[in-house]
Structure formats: C-alpha cells, structure tokens
Design a protein around this ligand. Sequence first.
Ligand code: 4AD
Ligand code: MG
Length: 473
Amino acid sequence: IYRIQELLNAGEGYIGQTVTVAGWARTVRDQKNLCFIELNDGTSFGGLQIVVEDKIGNFEQVAKTNTGFSLKVTGNIVKSPAKGQLIEMLVADPTKHEVVIIGQADPEEYPMAKGVQKPETLRQKAHLRPRGNFFSAVTRIRNNLAYATHVFFQNNGCLYIHTPIITGSDCEGAGEMFRISTIFDNDISKIPQIKGKVDTAQDFFKKEVNLTVSGQLQVEHFCISMSNVYTFGPTFRAEKAHTHRHLAEFWMIEPEFAFADLFDNMEAAEGYVKFCINYILQNNIDDLQFLDKRVKPGLIDYLKDIVSKDFVRCSYTQGIDILLKAQQAGAKFENSEIKWGMDLNSEHERFIAEKVFQRPVFLYDYPKEIKAFYMKVTDDGKCVRAMDMLIPQVGELIGGSQREERYDVLAQRIKECGLKLEDYGPYMDLRKYGTVPHCGFGLGFERLVMMVTGVENIRDVIPFPRYHGSAEF
Ligand code: 4AD
Ligand code: MG
C-alpha cells in the first residue's frame, strides 16, 4: 500500500504504474458510468482523485459509497486532465484493478459529513477530528515540530533525558500539582476481602507524590554531569484557568546547558524557535497555505517575519518604563496600575512584543519576588536572572533562567520562598559537589504549535485536550 503523500510528491514519477492506496473517502461523486472519489489517508493535505469506471465489477456499490467510507483501491496512475492536480488514479481494468469497501459510514450519522465545521464543534468529536482538513493539518505540523525539536537539540550535542512523571517535588513552588492520592478507588478498598491490603499511593511510595509540573529539577541533575541535555514530555498543572492558552496537561521542552549564562540561554532559545519555524515553512507548505487561507490570514508572512528578525533583549525594568510611558501617551490597560515589582500579565506582554517592538522579545532580570526559588540572584540582590520569550499575537512562549549555583544563596532563597530545605537534598548536593553556572528554559509545546499554525485556542492544537472541567477519553 502506497502512502498518498509519496505518490503526490513524486510528480509524474508514478505515471503508468499500477499501485494500491488505502484511506477514507472525503467526497464521492457519482456520474452515471463514472464515479469520482477523493481519497485521503492523512499523509498529505490533498487527497488522491480516483476515477472508477463502470467496467469494474462492484461499480454499483462503489457509486453508493460516501464521505467517511474506508476503501482500498488498486488502479493505474495517470496524468490528470483536471486543473490543480498533476496525477489521478484510474480504476478501469476489471482484471487488474479493484475497489475494496472496507468500512461503511452512514452519511446520515457520520459526524464529519457536513461541510466546514467550527473548531469548537469539532472538539466535541475528538475521535474523528483528524479526519478533517483543519485538524489533520494541525496534527501534521505538530508532528514535524516534535521531530524538528529532536533534530535541533541532537544536532547541538544535547542528550535526551527521560525525566519522571511521578515526583515528590514542586518545581515551580506554585502548589499547582495534581496529587496522586490512591491507587485504587476508595470504594474498592472498603470491600471486606481486600480491606487493608490496598495501598494508597502514599503508602506505596512512603511519601506524598504528584504529577510533575516541570522536568527541570531532574534534568538539572543530568546537566551537572553530562553538560548539555534536554527533556520533552507531558507536564501537568492544576490551574483552573479558562483561557485560550492554558491546559491542565501540556507538553514541555526543557533544555539545560552547563557552563552557560542567561544570554547563552537566549541565543539557544532564539535559534531553536527559528529552526522550528523554518522546518515547517520547508516541509508543511500545503498545510500552512490552508491555515493561512482559512484560519489566520497572513500566517506565512507572520512566520517569515519572525525568522527574519533578531529577537529583542529588554530588561524587566526597561519594560516597565516602556509601559509607563505608553500609558502616559494614552495606551489603555485593563490592569492599569503599572509599577516596578508587579507581575506582567498577557496584555502587557503582548503590548511590548506586538505594539512596541513588533517582533519576539526576551524580557529578563525580573524582581525575585515574582519568580521561582531556583533562579540566580543578581548582584544587587533585587532581581533574578529570569527570561521570558514573548511572541506577538501569542504572548509567553518560553520561560527560563540562569540557575542559582551558589549553595548558600540557594539555601537562603528556598527558605525565603517558604519551602523546606530538606525536600531539596539532591538538588542542593549539585551545588556542593562540582557546581557550575548553568541555565535552561521551558517551551510550552502547544504554544509553539499555536504560533506556527495560527490557531487561537490551545484546545485545538492537542489531540486530547485536558482542562478544568474536561477530559474526554
Ligand atoms: O514558565 P514556566 O512555568 O516555566 C517552567 O516550568 C520552568 N521550570 C521551565 C524551565 O526553566 N525548565 O513554563 C514554561 C512554559 C511557559 O512559557 C508556557 O509556554 C508553558 O510552559 N506553559 C503552559 N502551556 C500550556 N498550559 C499551561 N497551563 C502552561 N503553563 C506553562
Ligand atoms: Mg512562565
């Protein structure tokens, strides 16, 4: 069985050959003694046009198929007389060609049968969403972004470390963890025969555990032995945020670099994001053209613009100045009390990236009170060497920092943040035995997919979205 992408990409290469394809009918048009089927197998944006002649044995049944039917078809690849496609498949020789109907789909019931559907409607049909143009384009881009991620880090000498999902630590110190409470349902543990024999998760691990919010602390352990490393896995946050940018389960890419400072970190982050965009511009142009037309007009120019410019480096203090001056000049913010020390929210971040600089911006050196405990304290003791990458029309894509590598300063910060030093034994050891300056960042993978596809709601760029109030399947 040939992948349709391979046939379409080969230009005229398969003309004259008899091949077999398999997939799902997008459209079926029956014209008396001919039947036209557009077959799609998900491998490419466009499908393969198939022309079936009535000489074929089961023509009557084939002509009655519909959108959503799964078919396996053997025919001859020919030059297409129709505009807009180079090749098509002709099924005309009853001795060599055939259409096998594999699975039916009742047109009255098939949820994907009717024309263009809105993303929020499609979300209710998670199991069939990838059958449509929109979600299959997003899925192919998501796949290639994951691939490009590994290519980039592997080419730059980083080792892929698998960090755990179950952990006892709270990396961000924000208390947004999903606690793992029991292995078995409480009702089961009350059944007399197994009562007392069932462990809770806490009994099991002899401590309280939760789903990880970030693989950073663990990947740092490997950084302080193996230099440049990264992790790429699912992370979980019990945030009850109902925004377009938050999920309860999302994927994060977290590299960590040894003997490197905050500005090295920015350089790596900029190189990585540009590499990913270029990879998609080169490998998913059909998908991008569709999204440019149907989802976000100007998407391709927006992406080309991002890769063509240097990202800005702007300190938090400068950022506050910019916002204050803009406000004096008449800019309106919902959260209007702008002062040094405040946490910026997405309207401020987007204003800086979109309106002021019109390109991605690294905001760095934030007040330590609004950032996590592990970030390196600056010489004046007021800030930490944190950086956020802010993207026009998206907002925060990356959060990262140089890490505090000095034992005493870190111990002090842990106490200041109300955390228990004894919970960080191994992490502190890294500062005791051969400490080095190091840095890293976390990129929210779904936010990257949003940026590259132009999709506005994060729930439409992940196969099975989990958020407050929803976890289908
Ligand atoms: O800024 P955050 O919280 O940083 C960390 O977790 C660090 N430990 C990373 C590191 O230095 N290794 O999260 C990093 C990124 C954000 O910039 C955002 O893109 C994404 O993760 N993110 C979310 N994406 C979707 N839904 C959520 N609830 C998210 N929370 C963060
Ligand atoms: Mg952040």
